[in-house]
Design a protein around this ligand. Structure first.
Ligand SMILES: *Cc1c(COP(=O)(O)O)cnc(C)c1O
Length: 498
């Protein structure tokens, strides 16, 4: 067992343990013995699994625990992944999500025995609608991308109902890859729109694409450059005049909370990422949730069922919650009511902050990003340099240093104990470094990040090999980024002969 201090250089699980070790012990059989071959068929039974790891419980626990300590998580420190909103997950969310009434409630419980849970879903939908100025919200989609797919299904249903065959969806070139992917999956024809020199949708390009095939536009605002589209209302107006719908990608809602309501800007459909804006864990930390809100003319198409008040309450009687099926529903997009645990966390987060607090989240997210932008713009080229929202995009290259790339900078950051920002997205910036600090970082942690970034920019000038060789302080050094995809080696326990 080799170590670096108390960090273990962990081997593969196949390379630890030894013959005869197992991680479990079964009690003596107290029912009649049955031959497995009789039940499963002799051909499906084998005596041993070649290469299967033979490890004791303590070896399994230590192996995975050590690996988990190699992982960088939001509990370690700043996690400035642009577009992902890796903010602190308040622990009160976890406490409430673990209440037995939430955790132990089976989704098939009769509604009469699940009133509290339904009430929470109903109020959460209401808060999400209010925050965005939309009419109704489905909580079913289980990720932002799933929300987009649901949104595109709603767009299709809208035109099917009108008897119109419109299939063109316009998507700005700064968009997240899920936008064109979900549009194409729904049978739409994707047309890319270029951005203008200030990072807005190019209005001329937009007008040129507006014809009677236009189904809609997918707009991320603030966009993935971290910029608020200065013509957003005009963009919506142009699309509406051409008969199309405006889909809002709400992944960046944390910049707008309590300040701007997308519904007021002309957005017809919008997805929320509860795991970004409303602090539920994501990435390796848990499943997502991507509710979708709609303007009044699309409410009848929402996925079924929706939670509703089925009997109004009065002074003596609490209202009764139940399910309703929207009259022209697109059907189900997810089993039961989506990822309920995420909804408890998001609801807790919203109620804990209240109106004023939610607005402050947006204000501090924007302030923190602008603080970092101000500290870094002399060291890194920022191609669309104006007041940013909750994130900004810099270039990870310098014209005078030929062979330094964004990846080198990110790898070097790991030597300073900091998780790298998002690399190589959005695609319209060369060697892009997309930086989103979030509102939960203190000035000290922002400064530590800025100091490290500035130091790395100096290293790039003076000692570029430091960047090329990075990281040097992690359990595993620089990986070959393509080898894993091109030269797949799977140590598989199943013998191909058997
Ligand atoms: C994260 C993100 C998405 C996709 O959301 P998921 O929940 O990861 O599926 C879409 N658009 C933008 C701008 C995003 O940042």
């Amino acid at each position: 067992m080799t170590t670096n201090g108390t960090t273990f250089r962990e081997p593969l699980i196949f390379d630890i343990g030894g013959e005869g070790r197992t991680g479990f012990a079964l009690p003596a059989l107290d029912v009649p013995d049955t031959d497995l071959a009789d039940v499963l068929g002799g051909g499906n039974i084998r005596d041993s699994v070649p290469g299967f790891p033979r490890v004791s419980e303590v070896e399994v626990v230590r192996h995975f625990h050590r690996l988990s300590k190699w992982n960088y998580c939001i509990e370690n420190g700043l996690y400035p992944l642009g577009s992902c909103t890796m903010k602190h997950n308040p622990r009160i969310n976890e406490v409430l999500a673990r209440l037995p009434g939430f955790v132990e409630s089976h989704p098939l419980r009769p509604t009469s025995a699940a009133q509290g849970n339904l009430e929470l879903l109903h109020h959460l939908s209401g808060l999400l609608a209010e925050i965005t100025g939309l009419d109704a919200v489905t909580l079913h989609p289980c990720a932002g991308s799933h929300g987009e797919l649901t949104g595109m299904m709603l767009v299709k249903k809208h035109f099917d109902t009108l008897g119109e065959k419109r299939k063109t969806v316009l998507i700005p070139d700064s968009a997240h890859g899920t936008n064109p992917a979900t549009s194409a999956m729904s049978g739409m024809r994707v047309v890319e729109l270029k951005s203008d020199s200030r990072g807005n949708v190019d209005l001329e390009a937009l007008r040129a694409e507006c014809d009677d095939t236009l189904a809609g536009l997918m707009l991320t605002n603030p966009n993935t450059l971290g910029l608020f589209d200065e013509h957003v209302s005009e963009v919506a107006e142009i699309v509406h005049q051409a008969g199309g719908l405006v889909y809002g990608d709400g992944a960046n809602m944390n910049a707008l909370l309590g300040i701007v309501r997308p519904g007021d800007l002309g957005i017809d459909i919008l997805h929320y990422n509860l795991h970004k804006t409303f602090s539920t864990p994501h990435g390796g930390g848990g499943p997502g949730s991507g509710p979708v809100g709609v303007a009044p003319h699309l409410v009848d198409f929402l996925p079924a069922p929706v939670v509703a008040v089925v009997e109004e309450g009065d002074d003596e009687q609490a209202p009764l919650f139940g399910f309703e099926t929207p009259v022209k529903t697109i059907g189900r997009v997810k089993a039961f009511n989506g990822h309920f645990g995420m909804m408890v966390r998001a609801f807790t987060y919203m109620r804990m902050h209240g109106e004023e607090g939610l607005r402050q989240i947006a204000e501090y997210a924007v302030l923190n990003a602008n603080y970092l932008l101000a500290r870094l713009r002399d060291s890194y080229h920022v191609p669309y340099d104006r007041i940013c929202m909750h994130e900004f995009v810099a270039e990870g290259r310098w014209p005078e240093i030929a062979d330094i790339r964004a990846l080198d900078i990110s790898k070097r950051l790991m030597d300073y104990g900091i998780h790298p920002p998002t690399n190589y997205f959005p695609l319209i910036v060369h060697e892009s470094l997309m930086i989103e600090p979030t509102e939960t970082e203190s000035k000290q942690s922002l400064d530590a990040f800025a100091d490290a970034m500035i130091k790395i920019a100096q290293e790039a000038q003076r000692e570029p090999e430091l960047l090329h060789n990075a990281p040097i302080s992690t359990p595993v050094g620089r990986l070959d980024e393509v080898k894993a995809a091109r030269d797949l080696v799977l140590r598989c326990a199943v013998d191909s002969e058997s």
